[in-house]
Write a new protein. Structure first.
Lengths: 317, 329
């Protein structure tokens, strides 16, 4: 939902601020995908028609008559997951944030939060994938009223991505593909961890721009990735996901690498000794490419990585 | 209250708030460390914190707070409207459009001056628009038309902002919202010098117009009969006050309540003689915004909270108490 309906620049914007900030996390943005599975899979008709029971990210049990064949995903990272498990031919629509060429032929229902319900009804989906969480209470209610089945996904962290892969595998009847994607992600991450393990850990600040500068705290996906690839977030003491900190906090903490996100210039004088790396926004979005994001992040922190140690060749648990 | 007593008190308050603002911050420093940094010695990190971050920030607070308060007092006198405040001519809307455009088109990459420059240009545009409408009818400027034009122009700019944001990615929306909420965190020495170069002579000029402003606040007719060049005083003081607001908004975003509450509070204490009201409003605004910024830095440290929250949280109850006491008296 990038559409802020604002009537007054100060009062109105203040009101919408909390969820706008959440958007910075889920919002739009592209990721590049490398190595995704091919979309046009002729074998999809073979999916069996037994009823499917799914427990979604809100703990709700959803019963489908059979694997979903007309899917509308309101969550861009879930859309990428559906594509990665070879179910992109079942998508009947997209959001304004799914702007990759392969999706652009599909009709859009607007933003992922509070989408256009009329557009959804027109698409006759047999499954809507939506955001879990409280930013949009209206859509699940209205979908229930309209009798359109929906499952909630939570795209907030590594575990959430794996859970989404599993859930969408169930919903589409493509469990094998989902399992192999999840296994690939796990083993890629395990290998990466082993490669960075011998390297000295780097102290890192993830800065989103703004004045005062906004930084990522613990509990964010980016904190999770940075920690995994051998970085220590210098703002691990924040009690918010993302928060504006006093400039003097940035200046006083020992930072080796500043990961600066987005186009806004980071004021270098706040961290004169640090190396500043510009990170593209796609890295912030937890999706099926997370192992690729983690690898890119590791190279930003450490430079070229040492070769894979032989004992880590086999996939992790 | 005696104006000299209040003046001495406010001057002291301004000095104390400046000292506190340099002494305290989210990074704990000792007095010795701060003093050594001010003398140019000590740890380079501490020196940067004190000399490059805290000092310009505190001085910017003095200039912007004082500027907004004196501009608010001037607008209240000229428009003879107690609701008048520095942003009433649509200046905040114009500045916000400028800032939002910079953020939406990614012009931030051009340099750190791009945003304040665009905000200032937007504020100027609002001022020109409003003044042209208010003077279109004839030679005399009608303050009622000025007020209405200000409100309408502000509404138009709000719509522009809403439109630009509705076609912008979420990241732009976030940055724009944060800018509009206002902060002194972006203070630099260059910003302080630029603001001071305008705000100081402008404030002196407004204080110099205090006598005709006294007459004008009674009524334009009366002022005319008493020998004031009404049109000239009106135009000069409106333009000067509008430009103070524009320069403040360019460096610190839209900070509410200072320009509305501070002049009223001072007026409740010493009456509405502008020879005292204008300079004392400047001092009160300076001390108030500097202390509000300190609270914004300390309350949830290391996180900063928007300064507008503090100015409203402190300013409104304080003002309501004053209002009640003055009605009771």
């Amino acid at each position: 939902m990038g559409r802020a309906r604002v009537t007054h620049p100060s009062a109105g914007l203040r009101r919408v601020l909390p969820f706008l900030l959440v958007l910075a996390v889920f919002g739009c943005g592209e990721s590049d995908r490398a190595g995704e599975s091919r979309a046009d899979d002729p074998s999809r008709g073979a999916a069996d028609q037994r009823p499917v029971e799914i427990v979604d990210a809100t703990g709700r049990t959803v019963l489908l008559d059979g694997p979903a064949t007309r899917i509308l995903s309101l969550v861009p990272s879930a859309t990428l997951t559906l594509r990665a498990i070879g179910a992109s031919d079942r998508l009947v629509g997209r959001t304004d944030y799914d702007d990759e060429p392969w999706a652009s032929g599909l009709p859009s229902v607007g933003g992922g939060l509070e989408p256009n319900l009329e557009a959804i009804v027109t698409l006759r989906p047999d499954l809507v994938v939506r955001f879990a969480g409280s930013q949009d209470r209206r859509t699940p209610q209205r979908l229930d009223d309209l009798g359109i089945p929906h499952v909630a996904v939570r795209p907030d962290g590594i575990a959430d991505v794996l859970e989404t892969v599993r859930m969408l595998g169930q919903a589409t009847g493509r469990r094998a593909e989902a399992d192999s994607l999840a296994t690939a992600i796990r083993s890629d991450l395990a290998r990466l961890e082993a490669r960075v393990a011998p390297l000295p850990r780097k102290s890192v600040a993830y800065v989103l721009g703004g004045t005062p500068p906004w930084v990522a705290g613990p509990g964010t996906y980016i904190h999770e990735l940075v920690t995994l690839v051998g970085g220590d977030n210098v703002f691990a003491d924040l009690d918010a996901l993302y928060a504006p900190v006093s400039p003097e906090e940035v200046r006083s903490r020992r930072i080796e690498v500043v990961l600066a996100s987005g186009v806004e210039a980071f004021d270098r004088s706040l961290a004169p000794e640090a190396r500043i790396e510009i990170v593209d926004e796609g890295l912030e979005i937890p999706g099926p490419d997370l192992a690729i994001s983690a690898h890119r992040l590791a190279e930003l922190l450490h430079g070229p990585l040492p070769p894979v140690p032989p004992d880590a060749e086999s996939p992790g648990p | 209250m005696n104006r000299w007593v209040l003046g001495a008190g406010l001057l002291l308050a301004t000095v104390v708030s400046v000292l506190l603002g340099v002494r305290l911050g989210s990074v704990p420093l000792t007095t010795a460390q701060v003093l050594e940094a001010l003398r140019g010695g000590g740890d380079p990190v501490v020196r940067d914190i004190v000399v490059q971050l805290r000092l310009p920030r505190v001085l910017l607070g003095v200039l912007v707070g004082g500027g907004l308060a004196i501009a608010g007092a001037t607008f209240q006198a000229l428009l003879r409207n107690p609701l008048a405040e520095p942003y009433i001519l649509g200046i905040s809307g114009g500045a916000s459009v400028g800032a939002v455009l910079v953020l939406a088109f990614g012009w931030m990459a051009a340099g750190s001056w791009a945003l304040p420059l665009a905000a200032f240009a937007g504020a100027l545009l609002a001022i020109v628009l409003v003044f042209r409408v208010a003077t279109a009818t004839g030679r005399a400027m009608d303050v009622r038309v000025l007020l209405l034009a200000g409100v309408v122009v502000a509404a138009f700019f709000s719509a522009c902002i809403a439109f630009i944001l509705s076609i912008s990615p979420a990241r732009t929306v976030q940055s724009a919202v944060l800018w509009i909420m206002g902060s002194l965190a972006g203070a630099t020495w260059r910003g302080v010098l630029l603001t001071a170069a305008y705000t100081t002579p402008a404030a002196v000029l407004l204080i110099g117009l205090a006598r005709p402003l006294n007459l004008l606040s009674i009524g334009e007719e009366t002022a005319h009969h008493l020998g004031a060049d009404v049109e000239k005083v009106k135009r000069t003081s409106l333009v000067v006050a509008a430009l103070i607001t524009a320069s403040g908004v360019a460096v610190a975003g839209v900070i509410g309540f200072v320009g509305l509450v501070v002049p009223h509070a001072v007026r409740l204490l010493i009456g509405s003689d502008h020879r005292a009201l204008l300079p004392l409003s400047f001092l009160a605004g300076a001390a108030f915004l500097t202390l509000a910024d300190l609270a914004a830095r300390l309350a949830l440290s290391p996180t900063e909270i928007p300064i507008g929250v503090i100015t409203a949280f402190i300013g409104v109850p304080f003002f309501l108490v004053l209002l009640r006491r003055s009605i009771a008296a």
